[in-house]
Design a protein around this ligand. Structure first.
Ligand code: NAD
Ligand code: INS
Length: 333
């Protein structure tokens, strides 16, 4: 029997996951969709056999045939849907961020802990990207020695109008908070944010680009260029500078064309293209693990630790002051 999935939030990401479950991966089918803009959900459900459309998460989670939940509503709506799913004991794949702040993320960790077993995988899909996995394997193999610095670039082609300055951190840098913890094996200890004079193209007065500097508890330093309106494409790069060498991913040199006196390659215009294979692997891993009664991938603790680092980042962004990350000192779950 395929896993019956309810998808909550049918905007850009939710609709892409519905398509992915329907056509790109195996072992699952979408049996319910929910969106507060219920017409959006109805349109998607109309193309799926036996799929019901709902105006809220609670109704979708209670629909017949639901075995598991994929949450793709905006971050501030995640807590309510997560708590509902946990109360029903349903396995969840929750898009990043787990929640937009540390206190609500910690409430999720505690609710899952009360169940006594993991139910949540957080959608930090870069951990499923082939290049990131190669970099992680190279660092774990040990030959390069300890990572001392990470240089990261996170560039998006353009940005939706509702984007706020704090979302540079909570929505975009959340990925690097997770990647930095995952690659170095250490928590983020402190965050600084440095901004150049805003360019004329800055969106809605939000200074863009911004430079985020992270210090880890293991002594490594990571810098992250966030450039939301880069214009030329969606580009994510990471270079690890280690004791005995460096390793770099994200140059996008899959194919180089030489013609008419020029050379070059294509740059993806959207993260749905850049990370398509990673999203596919992420959702397939979730379905496979769920069918086997397991949970894999980034945990609610990973979501909480990233949220705590983001919270320090938002303060650093507003004050210009290096801000220490406050993390609960109990055991990761
Ligand atoms: N992993 C990634 O690379 C990646 C990429 C994009 C977005 N995301 C994440 O996915 C989530 C959705 O982002 P998006 O770009 O699809 O946003 P979106 O605005 O395109 O879609 C969100 C949808 O959720 C609906 N919605 C809002 N509140 C709701 C609620 N309480 N219950 C049900 N539906 C609700 C909206 O009407 C909308 O249709 C966010 O958490 C975002 O950070 C992750
Ligand atoms: O929500 C999106 C998504 O997480 C993308 O992967 C990231 O590149 C964008 O910066 C962010 O706004």
């Amino acid at each position: 029997m395929p896993l019956g999935v309810a998808v909550v939030g049918t905007g850009k990401m939710g609709a892409d996951h519905v398509r992915r479950i329907d056509t790109a991966i195996s072992g699952a089918r979408v049996v319910a969709v929910a969106d507060i803009e219920v017409e959006r959900a109805r349109k998607l459900a109309a193309d799926l056999d036996g799929c019901t459309a709902h105006a809220d998460a609670a109704a979708a989670l209670a629909a017949p045939g639901v075995d598991a939940v994929l949450i793709a509503s905006p971050g501030p709506a995640h807590e309510e849907a997560l708590l509902r799913a946990l109360a029903l004991g349903l396995p969840v794949l929750c898009e990043k961020p787990l929640t937009p702040d540390a206190a609500s993320a910690y409430r999720i960790v505690e609710a899952e802990r009360r169940l006594g077993r993991r139910r949540i995988q957080v959608g930090f899909m870069r951990r499923f990207d082939a290049e990131y996995q190669q970099l992680k394997a190279a660092l774990d193999a040990g030959g390069l020695g300890r990572p001392l610095m990470l240089h990261q670039r996170h560039r998006n082609t353009a940005t939706p109008g509702h984007f706020t300055e704090r979302m540079m951190i909570t929505d975009s840098a959340a990925h690097e908070m997770d990647v930095t913890r995952w690659l170095t094996g250490h928590e983020i200890a402190a965050v600084q944010v440095v901004k150049p004079a805003p360019l004329p193209t800055s969106m809605n007065g939000v200074p863009d680009p911004q430079l985020v500097i992270l210090e880890t508890t293991g002594g490594a330093v990571a810098d992250v260029e966030l450039y939301r309106n880069a214009g030329f494409g969606d580009q994510v790069q990471c270079e690890a500078v280690c004791e005995h060498g460096t390793a770099r991913i994200g140059d996008g040199h899959a194919m180089v064309v030489q013609a008419a006196g020029r050379w070059g390659g294509a740059i993806p215009q959207d993260y749905l293209t850049r990370f398509r294979a990673a999203y596919d692997r992420e959702v397939q891993a979730w379905v496979d693990a769920t069918l086997a009664g397991r949970v894999v991938g980034p945990s609610s603790w990973d979501g909480y630790a990233a949220a705590a680092a983001c919270e320090a980042g938002v303060t650093a962004q507003a004050t210009g002051v290096r801000t220490v990350v406050e993390l609960a000192d109990d055991e990761p779950f």
